[in-house]
Design a protein around this ligand. Structure first.
Ligand code: AMP
Length: 431
């Protein structure tokens, strides 16, 4: 299947070609025909599957093919609501890229910055608006946005919206939408309240589900280190020192934890930056920009701040803390191995986190390969804490032979052993 076969208008096809997209991803193959025939859509998929183009391309196609001879000021015809500033900016950039030969105009509005420029962009007239919920409501209430001509509405990352407490804002926004519209609803997970919300928004709809296991197991090499809390910084330093040229995204469960990681890395002369909700918008954009440009190799992020990160060359994701919500693991490791690329995701698991690991494995229906030997195994730390200077090697004096048996490895055992990986792949294939 090609984009051309899907029946996309030439200017959009040309832009996709310019982006280097050779063929549609599975969600695009499934969603684009549904959207082109004007049907509402429920997409159960996470970021990283190509879902922005899955909804962006048909919207651009429709707006382009129906705009012939249109006169007067541009009015908002498509609205995309997404939970975070980073995601909003990224979606808007995608619309600019996919729509660059269509003559359509888009803009993005989000909170945390003055609204003057956003007001001006709206006054000038736009076809496509990407927004976070709070700022959207503010500007709606101030009369800057009219939905009179709205034809397409996308609610993106609905589960994240609810997690972030946007439910009331979303309901208020839905209440203001014109009844005649095409609605698209995306969520990575579908708990009860999300199902209820989707029913509120969608008319007759079709559903497309891209299983998390497809996104994770087949594209991302995974591994887990059993390590004590106290030894996590040392293990992280070791892993990063082994891969000085790689772009690495480190996940922390909390904002405070993210700051602490940056501090520990700095003590080991590893430059990094943290992005989370307590950082200013400017600081977040700067860190993200430097990371995308490759000037900054290590970015430490909380889950919410990381939702919008789309970095082509991201080679490694490290779960410094395991998430207590299993779906979050899938989101996190989806940061690497995006679209057709493959990536690696390593997790640190301390004793308290072992139940989280079990839940994750249940969700992804596979065992995350254990990294067999490394300097900072869980049990060693407890002895170390009592005897301080005790050399760390004795316990694993046979570690090298162990490593050799597993094929390839280095001091942290970063490379996943082949046997485990193949076993996992086969298990998935057999499902
Ligand atoms: P998304 O899930 O929309 O955030 O997309 C994830 C990544 O996949 C982005 O870097 C896109 O540029 C890329 N992408 C989307 N569709 C395709 C495609 N058909 N071929 C190659 N890359 C794609």
């Amino acid at each position: 299947m090609t984009f051309k076969e899907l029946g996309i208008a030439d200017p959009v096809l040309k832009a996709l070609q310019a982006e280097g997209y050779e063929k549609p991803t599975p969600i695009q193959v499934q969603a684009i025909p549904i959207l082109l025939k004007g049907q509402d859509l429920l997409g159960v998929a996470q970021t990283g599957t190509g879902k922005t183009a899955a909804f962006g391309v048909p919207i651009l196609h429709h707006l382009y093919t129906s705009k012939n001879g249109q006169q007067g000021k541009r009015r908002v015809k498509a609205l995309i609501v997404t939970p975070t500033r980073e995601l909003a900016i990224q979606i808007s950039e995608s619309f600019t890229a996919y729509g660059k030969f269509t003559g359509l105009r888009n803009t993005v509005i989000y909170g945390g910055v003055k609204q003057g420029k956003q007001e001006q962009a709206l006054r000038n007239g736009i076809d496509i608006l990407v927004a976070t919920p709070g700022r959207l409501l503010d500007l709606m209430n101030q009369g800057f946005i009219s939905f009179r001509d709205l034809e397409y509405v996308v609610l993106d990352e609905a589960d994240q919206m609810l997690d972030m407490g946007f439910i009331h804002d979303i309901k208020r926004i839905i209440a203001k939408l014109p009844p005649k519209r095409q609605s698209l609803f995306f969520s990575a997970t579908m708990p009860k309240d999300i199902v209820a919300l989707s029913r509120k928004m969608l008319g007759d709809f079709e559903q497309v589900t891209i299983q998390p296991e497809q996104a994770t197991a087949e594209k991302v090499e995974q591994g887990v280190y059993f390590v004590s809390k106290g030894n996590k910084p040392k293990l992280l330093v070791l892993l990063l020192q082994e891969r000085p040229t790689d772009s690495v995204l480190v996940f922390s469960r909390t904002k405070h934890g993210a700051n602490k990681i940056v501090k520990k890395l700095s003590q080991a002369d590893i430059r990094s930056a943290a992005i989370h909700g307590n950082k200013s918008q400017t600081a977040r954009q700067k860190a993200l920009g430097d990371f995308k440009d490759g000037k900054l190799k290590v970015l430490v992020a909380t889950d919410i701040a990381a939702r919008g990160i789309d970095v082509e060359e991201l080679s490694l994701v490290i779960n410094y803390d395991l998430p207590n919500v299993s779906e979050t693991y899938v989101h996190r490791i989806g940061r690497t191995g995006r679209a057709s690329a493959s990536g690696i995701a390593m997790s640190f698991c301390d004793k308290e986190e072992q139940p989280y690991l079990r839940d994750i494995e249940k969700l992804i229906k596979q065992e995350v390969p254990r990294i067999p030997a490394h300097q900072f195994v869980e049990e060693e730390e407890e002895v170390d804490a009592k005897t301080e200077q005790r050399p760390q090697r004795t316990r694993n004096s046979n570690r090298n032979s162990n490593r050799n048996r597993h094929g390839r490895s280095n001091s942290s055992g970063t490379q996943i052993n082949n046997r485990n990986r193949n076993k996992n792949r086969n298990r998935n294939r057999n499902k």
